[in-house]
Write a protein that binds this ligand. Structure first.
Ligand SMILES: [Ca+2]
Length: 433
């Protein structure tokens, strides 16, 4: 866990209100890189087959070795023994493929519904149900121990590595060493590298078996080393917290422990699909605007089937695709999922997949499938035009985050339009006029 943010093997980019982008790496979700490095848990997976990159030059190798010597001093100061360090770095080379992946920014992104279609596909649901059934005893025991719903644990497993089928095969030490050497996220990478060395020193795994995504996430549910150190569990009782084995038991228990630690509410939903009244004030639809359920009920919010909004504690209103798409009341568990990977799209996918594994169907309202996704450069253009018109997006980065959403809302209000904050192609056209 601890996914700096880029994500997934699905390699999709998503547009989402409420999200900002990824650490400009591959992918899918979005949300600010800064945030995610701090708060999330898993790291990217990435099974994206990429073109072969060139091997490092002699100069690069020399520079890399210089960095390694300096880092060795730092690691030894932090309690890593020379034997651990040297065994871990034996044969480790600079990996240009990692640098390439870390530097790539997706120009084209997918709409949230396209992302969800893939993330919660029939195949993924069917496979997940089979996996759940075959591990029923283990998953029930995990649920009983940690009070985290089995369907969510299975869902995270499905999202992170397609139920263990692509856990990544990059040496964790080599991947993190390359990121540290590259320097764009040196502090983060070095901290994770120290964590990885501590894991090796404790004997949970050998350097050879310590593999995962190119950015350091390991095992069935993609834990970053520092998250592993804090939350990994030995659930099968063999004395090792083994998230790398074929047997997913320890990894699944570790995921449950992680979610429990951040306040998972057993048997409570991540969110429910709702219907908003005609005159609803969309400026209140913001993930950070948590209010008691009574507050929303007074404002006419009902479930999509017209029932009173259920009470699972404070709720916020999520409008992921504007006023013309499905709308949700989200509860505490939504936030807990975001501790795993800090993106709105990811949290929706985990929640929706979990519900489907448990028998639920698609959302009731239709997605505005006619809306095309804006490219990164179009989002840049949108931000520039909004800012120029006095609706400050507080930066122009091609990522529609909370500041851009607020700017869009302010603009929409100035035009007496529904202030849903949605960055649509029609909004872009309107701004150009
Ligand atoms: Ca174990």
């Amino acid at each position: 866990m601890l996914k700096p943010t880029y994500i997934s093997a699905l390699v999709l980019g998503v547009i989402l209100s409420g999200c900002t982008s990824a650490a400009n790496t591959a992918p899918v979700t979005t949300e600010s890189a800064k945030d995610s490095a701090k708060t999330s848990t898993t790291a990217n997976k990435t099974s994206t087959p990429a073109a072969k990159t060139r091997p490092p030059t002699a100069t690069e190798m020399a520079d890399f070795n210089t960095w390694r010597q300096q880092f060795r001093v730092q690691a030894l100061n932090k309690g890593i023994t020379p034997a651990t360090f040297d065994a871990a770095f034996k044969g480790v080379k600079l990996d240009n493929q990692v640098i390439k992946l870390d530097g790539s920014q997706a120009e084209f992104t997918r709409q949230i519904w396209e992302y969800l279609d893939t993330a919660t596909s029939t195949t993924r649901v069917t496979t997940g149900r089979e996996k759940w059934k075959s591990l029923e005893k283990t998953l029930s025991a995990i649920e009983a121990r940690y009070n985290v719903d089995a369907k969510v644990v299975v869902s995270v497993w499905g999202m992170e590595t397609n139920y263990g089928s692509y856990r990544g095969n990059t040496s964790t030490i080599a991947g993190l060493a390359t990121l540290a050497f590259e320097g764009r996220r040196r502090t983060f990478a070095e901290a994770e590298l120290i964590g990885a060395l501590k894991i090796l020193q404790a004997g949970d795994v050998t350097p050879e078996r310590m593999r995962g995504s190119w950015a350091g996430a390991m095992g069935h549910t993609q834990f970053m080393p520092t998250s592993y150190l804090q939350y990994a569990q030995d659930f099968n009782g063999d004395g090792k917290r083994d998230i790398w084995s074929e047997d997913p038991t320890d990894a699944l228990a570790s995921t449950a422990a992680y979610l429990a630690r951040f306040g998972w509410q057993h048997k409570a939903p991540w969110g429910v699909e709702i219907k908003l009244p005609q005159n609803f004030d969309y400026t209140t639809a913001d993930q950070s605007n948590l209010k008691p359920v009574a507050y929303w009920r007074e404002r006419g919010v009902k479930t999509i089937t017209g029932q009173p909004l259920p009470d699972f504690g404070d709720a916020a209103i999520l409008v992921p695709a504007g006023a013309h798409g499905p709308v949700f009341a989200i509860f505490k568990n939504f936030k807990v999922i975001r501790r795993y990977n800090n993106a709105t799209s990811y949290a929706m996918a985990v929640g929706h997949l979990a519900d489907k594994l448990d028998g639920a169907g698609e959302f009731v309202a239709s997605w505005p499938r006619e809306e095309r996704a804006l490219s990164r450069s179009e989002k840049v253009a949108l931000q520039k035009m909004l800012t120029a018109k006095g609706f400050d997006t507080k930066g122009v980065d091609g990522v529609i985050g909370p500041n851009s959403i607020n700017a869009i809302r302010a603009y929409q209000q100035s035009k007496q339009q529904v202030a849903d904050g949605y960055a649509s192609a029609s909004l872009l056209e309107q701004l150009k006029r």
